[in-house]
Design a protein around this ligand. Structure first.
Ligand SMILES: [Zn+2]
Length: 245
């Protein structure tokens, strides 16, 4: 899009999509870019089907817990939150009031939830979409819980369907998790991935297939298209903070 085309778009539209992800280990068989590549693919397909503009993906996220694995590149929650928030505010200058953040990495969620709440106070409405939360509900039979974990069958299937040349299935293994001695119900520990697994895989992987990935992708995009259409039609007056009573 040139600036002339952007002017035309923003004159008529107050909605935009921003994909965000991370660059972190995803086992010996998946690319480091898994989370930002999948977020980008979902966001771009949704943009194509809705006519809402999609921004370039923000690739680095909150994933210091993977840092001992080579190639993981991360930023702090504070930096990530500020960067995404300022990106939203820059869009606000052109009249954008509604933004859908397509998040490819769970570790980003707390920062995204915080910035979206803050931006609501600035008269912007930011919703955050996480594809794996959607598929767990939309296609509960397609993957078992142990296949939905980090770098396991579901993520691998999405990679096999979207960019198979980046997956090396000859290196794929099922993950074996070590239970930390301090693990207790109700307790959150500041553990790194390496405390639990040396392969970086958290679950069952070998059942992955491009067919399952394609099924997942269709369900995800279908659900997100519904949300974007709904958001677009909702008047801003119904989305801004209510005044005090
Ligand atoms: Zn991932």
């Amino acid at each position: 899009m040139s600036w002339v085309e952007a002017k035309e778009y923003f004159a008529k539209n107050d909605t935009a999509i921003i994909p965000v992800g991370s660059n972190e280990q995803h086992g010996p068989h998946n690319p480091l870019g898994t989370d930002h590549l999948i977020a980008k693919a979902i966001a771009e397909e949704t943009a194509k089907r809705t006519g809402v503009v999609c921004l370039p993906v923000i690739p680095f996220g909150v994933s210091s817990h993977h840092k001992q694995f080579w190639g993981t590149v991360y930023v702090s929650p504070k930096t990530f939150k500020k960067y995404v928030k300022e990106t939203c505010l820059a869009l606000g200058y052109f009249g954008v009031r509604k933004i859908v953040v397509v998040n490819g990495h769970g570790g980003n969620l707390v920062a995204l939830a915080n910035l979206s709440r803050e931006l609501r106070g600035n008269g912007m409405f930011v919703s955050v979409f996480q594809w794996w939360s959607a598929t767990g509900k939309l296609l509960p039979e397609l993957f078992a819980p142990e296949e939905r974990r980090h770098a396991s069958s579901e993520e691998t299937s999405m990679n096999l369907s979207l960019h198979p040349h980046l997956v090396n299935m000859s290196m794929a293994i099922d993950g074996k998790l070590r239970k930390h001695a301090l693990q207790t119900e109700g307790i959150t520990l500041p553990l790194d991935t390496l405390d639990e697994t040396t392969s970086g895989v958290f679950g069952k992987t070998m059942t992955a297939s491009a067919e399952k990935g394609a099924k997942d992708f269709e369900a995800i995009v279908g659900e997100l298209v519904n949300h974007v259409d709904l958001l677009r039609k909702t008047p801003m007056a119904d989305l801004v903070e209510k005044p005090k009573i």
